[in-house]
Design a protein around this ligand. Sequence first.
Ligand code: M6R
Length: 610
Amino acid sequence: MCGIVGFIGGEQAAPVLLDGLRRLEYRGYDSAGLAVFGEQQGLQLVKAKGRLAVLSDLVDGGAKLEGTVGVGHTRWATHGEPSDANSHPHLSNSGRIAVVHNGIIENYMEIKEYLQSQGVVFHSDTDTEVVAQLLDYYYQGDLVEATFKVLHRIEGSYALGILCSDHPGQLIAARKDSPLVLGYGEGCNFLASDVTALIKYTKTVSYMEDGELAILTRDGIQVYDALLQPVEKERSTVDWDIADAEKGGYEHFMFKEIMEQPEAVRKAIAPHIQNGQVVLDGLGLDADFLQSLSRLYIVACGSSYHVGVVGKYQLEQLLRKPVEVVLASEFRYSNPLVDENSLVIVISQSGETLDTMAALREARRLGAKTLAIVNVVGSSIAKEADYVLYTWAGPEIAVATTKAYSTQLAVLMLFGIWTARLLGRLTPEREAELLGEMLRIPDKIAEILRHTEEIQYYASLYFNHESIFFMGRNLDYAMGLEGSLKLKEISYIHSEAYAAGELKHGTISLIEDGTLVVALASYAPLFDKDVSNVVEVKSRGARVLGLTTRSRAEEMAKHADSLIVIPDTDLMFLPSLAIVPLQLFAYYVALMRGCDIDKPRNLAKSVTVE
Ligand code: M6R
């Protein structure tokens, strides 16, 4: 996926575009580019492989580009390697039309071959260039008409920003299956993949829908539907500030977002807890439907999938109904046993993950009701699901998710407790008890965060290991999956998470002198078994970094080489606490290895390709 931004107004466009791209760089960062139109210099195009800083240096922070209208792009390569030529914007051969694009044009090869047969020469390996060249091909003086024709010819997903030197008083935007936000300023207007790019300039936005096309001028924005009929867009006000999208004195977004977790979790749960009960007003699901459910599915990718693994353990305990947790990329191709008696819960921070979106559509096609747990307001998944619960974590910029993960956990638990009451599976006393403890979770997370130096010390002991195992049972196993993913994605250390009882069925052969095993032993009912597994791996030479609750710390300390201790809590909420030191461990290890923590190699914040 990539980030796109567009600006049209009275001030110099390039610095504004670069500022927007800086905030979108988490979406992709292998190359970047700008196209700006100026009265003197016409259409100026600058693009460069590498981080945004390379582009910014080339144009002296934007000062070198004259003009008050332009588009910019930061890329995560899909078609064609990262290179200057494959960077966006792509320019049509007439030199008139510049295009930035997020998404994938699926039938680009067929269009490219057709245009080549007509003598059009291509200059990149990208799918996007066909849009620029096809616009040129159709263009006869009316850019909107040409765009309309192109949108009917291309297949796939796109958020497009189009600038034409014949029409410098306007920018064109179009969307299908790729996010695009319009921003309304004073004497200027914006388009962007994400509100973070424009929040510094305006908080008044509207979210484009699939099939819509927008014409931006200095003075206004007119949106049209797929039949080119004018659409009145609802405007909304973004309820967070630019400071939320800045590092605020922290060295990395990831660390800032880890530290924001107490507040984020509080904001996610507090409005839904009233008088000892979960309140999900307006959700729309009713008790009869929930009662009729034969099965629940949780479908997601990456860390959001790991929330689902936790959720399976928790929801099955609470609801006594089967819960299947399935990777979104597998779900859609597995002919799932989903029908009108199923509820499919999709979890996604970004609300744009393509596999999750496809799974959601498949579930709906099969007749299931769908509930989305999403962070980004107005995202595609939030729009398409039957029911939505927002996590309200605020913008998450670091590629490695932390606060979004924690709020997803919290919101899924709220849903579980609420449903359990509707199904008559929870007494009012137990509900009040659970919620009382849930409201204490933010403080307990804050308590863990007051001792970061301890985790930093353990990271200094273990950061040079090349292979690390996580093991645990039940909820500890689910935590291990996420702890391991955090570590590998930002520190590039090979790491695997195992259900502790499974280790002896093969993987234990990899344990040798000095291998680091992170032994998660917070789940009290299985603590003795956890200890046995620690003894097993230690007797094969492993070094053990243990994690347990305060009440079991003394016992665990007898077996582990190092020990992380978390506050005691109800079993249901252990994951909300246990994940925090694992996030910190991954962070400090990556820091000590000199990794680019917020922008790990080969990754992007949301994955809008298959
Ligand atoms: O936006 P989503 O929650 O749908 O993203 C799913 C995964 O791509 C995401 O959780 C990914 O695994 C993160 N980089 C993990 O930190």
